[in-house]
Write a protein that binds this ligand. Structure first.
Ligand code: ADP
Length: 430
């Protein structure tokens, strides 16, 4: 009997032990694991084995833990963080609430408007003082659909305000369970440079049309006179032909200069035919070509070139064009009782050579100095036209020199002549 009791007792002890191993301990561990997850410890592994229902619960918890872990990793990864994403955008991002108060801005927006800190809580109007921007956001809020507008906004700069142009897209923010928009997200794209380029292009086309129209109109007028009977009047006919020939020359010059510019612009270095060019020979050749003009003006052109000037890698045809334009300008504009032009050259270190063209004419007023290399810029419009200028000569000079990887500039004190300088690399890179 005792033995039987002992066996039963031993059996129930081992049954309790089995129960404890199979259910109680895993249930306790499961609870502990659940508590860790509840406390936010997603990464904690679940080492629990269970049987039956408990086994199912353990497996569910393990897969839930896995999914929570993934989601948490994604959220916690700083590179996927919302602020980090907004911070990496070049576009400015702005979120306002339904009352048009600013709720969120990114770094780019702060930079665009030179704002020291996010203007959170302030209204759009307080911050940007721009009715068009306010109207754009209002339209998006009023459910007129996403708004795409180009806005001119005065943006703060270190030295005052400057008008900038933005392409702004504004869209209503509507939570999935709510019909009414809670606010608006506006994306700002700075298109100021694009606008400036557009303006330059517009000016250029206007200038070209104007420059072409004048000689064409003159030729047209004289042709009409000839057709109307002036052909029989020999002196009149001769005069007409001469004027037409002169204006035709002007047209050809203009077209040639325009073609030169368009070949140089954009393509830059690709437009050059690089060869070994002997600088001294190149300068002497240009002065020789200009001999008739030098004689006509009674000018003295001296070449102050040191011995040992280098052979440089350049496009000889373009270089001729540069020196021709500079020396011809000195002859055209360097009016003086005794016109003196000095062409100098000197090495600047071992990599650069500098060429200067200096005259003793009236020079260039200070206000015009920064602009003389611009297309069609003339200090004295009429003077330039009467001496046959197209207003493109210095622009070509600048483009050729830049295409060679060089620099160009001018110095002048009114009344004391002008000195144009350019620096060219002796060797072309690449
Ligand atoms: P243009 O075809 O009219 O000569 P450029 O581009 O060569 O055009 O020159 C632009 C303007 O710069 C000229 O119209 C002239 O007013 C001024 N300029 C150029 N060179 C000189 C110079 N050596 N002295 C004074 N003014 C100059």
């Amino acid at each position: 009997m005792n033995a039987l009791l002992a066996v039963l007792l031993a059996g129930s002890v081992s049954a309790i032990g089995w129960l404890a191993l199979a259910y109680v301990l895993p249930a306790r561990r499961l609870r502990a694991a659940l508590r860790r997850v509840a406390e936010g410890d997603w990464e904690a592994p679940v080492f629990v084995r269970g049987h039956g229902q408990l086994g199912g619960a353990v497996a569910d918890l393990a897969s839930l833990g896995e999914r929570l872990r993934d989601a948490h990793r994604q959220l916690g990864d700083s590179s996927f963080d919302l602020q980090a994403i907004l911070g990496s955008l070049v576009e400015g991002v702005l979120i306002v609430d339904a009352g048009q108060r600013i709720r969120l801005t990114n770094e780019s927006l702060l930079k665009m408007f030179d704002l020291a800190a996010p203007p959170l809580g302030r209204t759009l109007m307080e911050t940007f003082r721009n009715h068009d921007l306010q109207g754009t956001v209002r339209a998006a809020l009023d459910e007129e659909g996403p708004q795409n507008r180009q806005l001119a906004i005065d943006a703060r700069q270190s030295d005052g305000y400057a008008r900038k142009h933005f392409a702004v897209t504004a869209a209503a923010l509507r939570p999935p369970d709510d019909e009414r928009p809670r606010g608006v997200i506006a994306i700002f794209h700075d298109i100021s440079e694009l606008k400036a380029l557009e303006a330059v292009r517009r000016d250029f086309v206007a200038n070209v049309s104007h420059e072409l129209r004048t000689p064409v109109a003159i030729i047209h007028g004289y042709l009409e006179t000839l057709i109307d009977g002036a052909l029989a009047d020999r002196p009149m006919a001769e005069k007409s032909l001469q004027v037409m020939w002169k204006n035709n020359q002007r047209l050809m010059l203009l077209i040639e200069d325009l073609l030169s510019l368009s070949r140089l612009e954009g393509k830059q270095a690709a437009a050059l035919q690089i060869e070994a060019v002997e600088l001294r020979a190149c300068l002497e050749r240009v002065v020789e070509r200009l001999e008739p003009a030098i004689t006509e003006k009674g000018a003295v052109v001296s070449l102050a070139l040191p011995s040992g000037l280098p052979v440089i890698e350049a496009d000889p045809h373009r270089l001729d064009q540069v020196f021709f334009n500079l020396i011809e300008n000195a002859l055209k504009y360097g009016e003086a009782e005794r016109r003196e032009i000095v062409v100098g050259a000197a090495m600047q270190g071992v990599e650069l050579v500098e060429v200067t063209v200096k005259d003793n004419g009236p020079g260039i007023p200070k206000v015009d100095l920064p602009h003389v290399f611009e297309r069609f810029y003339r200090v004295k419009k009429d003077r330039s036209r009467t001496v046959g200028g197209t207003g493109l000569g210095l622009s070509i000079v600048k483009h050729v020199v830049l295409a060679h990887g060089g620099q160009v500039g001018v110095e002048s004190q009114p009344g004391r002549g002008a000195m144009f300088w350019l620096r060219l690399p002796v060797e072309q890179k690449g």
